[in-house]
Design a protein around this ligand. Structure first.
Ligand SMILES: [Zn+2]
Length: 73
């Protein structure tokens, strides 16, 4: 079964990976990995200061992008 995150799900209000929920549950210094079939988002990471990063897979390399929870909504 394909899994989509809430940023790219083709199904209205239906998604398997909720980035907001993941970000809220995440403890500082931890990351949660997932595989979205629809986009290159691969993980959410929260650093020691509580800053959020989105890990994207770009040409086989993981890139970390500083982000905010608002951008997950
Ligand atoms: Zn996605």
């Amino acid at each position: 079964m394909s899994e989509y995150c809430n940023k790219c799900s083709p199904f209205k209000n239906q998604h398997d990976i909720d980035l907001v929920k993941i970000a809220l549950k995440l403890k500082k210094g931890y990351s949660t990995n997932f595989i979205c079939e629809g986009c290159n988002n691969r993980a959410v990471y929260k650093d020691d200061q509580g800053l959020l990063y989105l890990a994207k897979s770009v040409k086989g390399e993981i890139e970390l992008h500083l982000t905010t929870i608002e951008q997950f909504m």
